[in-house]
Every structure is written in C-alpha cells, then in structure tokens.
Write a protein that binds this ligand. Structure first.
Ligand code: PEP
Length: 256
C-alpha cells in the first residue's frame, strides 16, 4: 500500500540551471541514504528534468515535473505534454497554487492535466488549498471540497491509488507563515471524508495526503506526526541540501 512509505517532495520551482541542478542532485545523493520507508521526489525546473532523469538513481530519488500540458501533442507552442514526459517524470505536480494564481489555471485545466498524467503513467500530485481571504471568510472547507471534486472528476477508484493530494494553503506557501497543526488536521479530514463519499472507505484510507507550506527542518516532524499526513511538499527548504536532508531524516524517524 502506498501509505506504507512517507513521501517527501522537493519543489525547486524556477531555481537552478541545468548545471546547478546536476551538482545539487549529486550533493543530495551523497547525503540521503536509500530508505525503504521514505520515497523522495525531486521536482526540478523542466529544463533540467531530462538531464537529471539520465543521472538519477531512481531507487534513491524519483522525479516530478512541476507542470505539463494536457493535450498529448499538436500546435501548442511553448508547452510540454504528459506524453513527452512519459518515462522522464515519475510524478507531476498539478494545480500548484503558483500555477493557479499567477498563471490563472482553471479547475478545468487542472482536471485535464490530472487525466493526461494518468493516461501517460505519470502519478499526479494534486495541490489544493484556500487563499487567506477564503480562510478569513470561513470558506476553507468549501474550497478544498470543490477543488477535490473538480480535480478528481472522471478518476476511477483504481486510478486513485496513483494520486497524491497535497494540502497547500496558499497563504502558507513561501511566506514563512506555516499552517497550525489543527488547520492541517481539519483539512486532511475534509479531504479523506470527501474521498470516502466519492470512492468509499478503502480509497479514503489508502490515498496519500501531504502538507505543504513553509515547511522547514524544524517544523517537519510536527506535520509528519499529524493524523492522516503521509508526507510533505517542500519548496524553499528543498533548495538547502542540509535542510532537505534533515526533513527526509525526520520522515524516516517518523516511519519507524
Ligand atoms: C511549494 O512550493 O509547494 C511550497 C510549499 O513552497 P514553500 O515550502 O517554500 O512554502
């Protein structure tokens, strides 16, 4: 079962060129032992993804693409499809708040991207979460519910086994303003209840749910200890080899 392992995802965002990404991969490879109880996924910039895919030891690290386009091929200048990423990326981060809010990705885009990833054997990491205003207006549950229903529309119970949900409150990403444990526990409950409603208790119990939002080496253990949390999506701290290694070690300790 997927939940037997902790999952730690490092989102490098638009940082590190190809050479720097390669050097960083080798630095991490020296620090992070292969652990059977922790799966580590690196999400480099698209430019570096292909070259890292030739260098990475996939027993040690899996690779994720930070975005993809949902059509398989055609006249879509500047885009890269899940079909082209097949065999290169193991995972795809889909619906990240920076995609939704800076690049105005719609719920329909997110849904199509989830479908495209599944169609091409790339495991989606579907990011959902409320903005500060939505939280202040008491809309957190509705937002999580709506993003989940929309993102997972047309996904079968079997396909759900390959999907990870990342709860990432928008106000917590890159702000240092991380969510309170109670906020995360409540959100995870909403997510699992909704999956239970859609696909039954077995699916609700087996889907992986991550927390993301200003996680550091110091805060990682607190989130990993929360009921229903299977791992972390780490942005800023994943660019610091010592901090990221410490997060992975906390996941290893938690898994034991
Ligand atoms: C992210 O990129 O999804 C993220 C959570 O970033 P940070 O850890 O920097 O808040």
């Amino acid at each position: 079962m997927a939940r037997d392992k902790k999952l730690i995802v490092g989102n490098w965002k638009m940082n590190l060129n190809t050479h720097e990404a390669s050097l960083y991969l080798h630095t991490l490879a020296d620090k992070v032992p292969v652990r059977r109880d922790v799966e580590v996924v690196l999400a480099p910039t698209l430019l570096a993804l292909q070259s890292l895919s030739l260098q990475v030891n996939r027993r040690q690290f899996k690779l994720a693409v930070q975005n993809l386009y949902w059509r398989d091929h055609g006249a879509f200048t500047g885009e890269v499809s899940a079909t082209q990423l097949r065999g290169v990326a193991d995972y795809a981060v889909i619906g990240h708040s920076e995609r939704r809010h800076i690049f105005h990705e719609s719920e329909r885009d997110v849904r199509q991207k989830v479908q495209a990833a599944i169609r091409n054997h790339i495991k989606p990491i579907l990011c959902i979460g409320e903005t500060a205003r939505e939280r202040a207006d008491g809309e957190t549950k509705e937002v999580i519910h709506d993003q989940l229903i929309s993102g997972l529309a047309n996904v079968t119970s079997e396909e759900l086994g390959d999907i990870t949900i990342a709860y990432e409150p928008v106000w917590a990403i890159g702000t240092g303003n991380n969510a309170l444990p109670d906020n995360v526990t409540e959100a995870v409950k909403v997510i699992r209840d909704q999956i239970k409603y859609l696909h039954g208790p077995k699916a609700a119990n087996s889907i992986r749910v991550l927390y993301g939002g200003s996680v550091t080496a110091d805060s990682a253990a607190d989130y990993l200890a929360l009921e229903g949390i299977d791992g972390l999506l780490v942005g800023g701290a994943s660019l610091d080899a010592n901090a990221f290694t410490a997060v992975i070690e906390k996941a290893h300790k938690r898994a034991n």
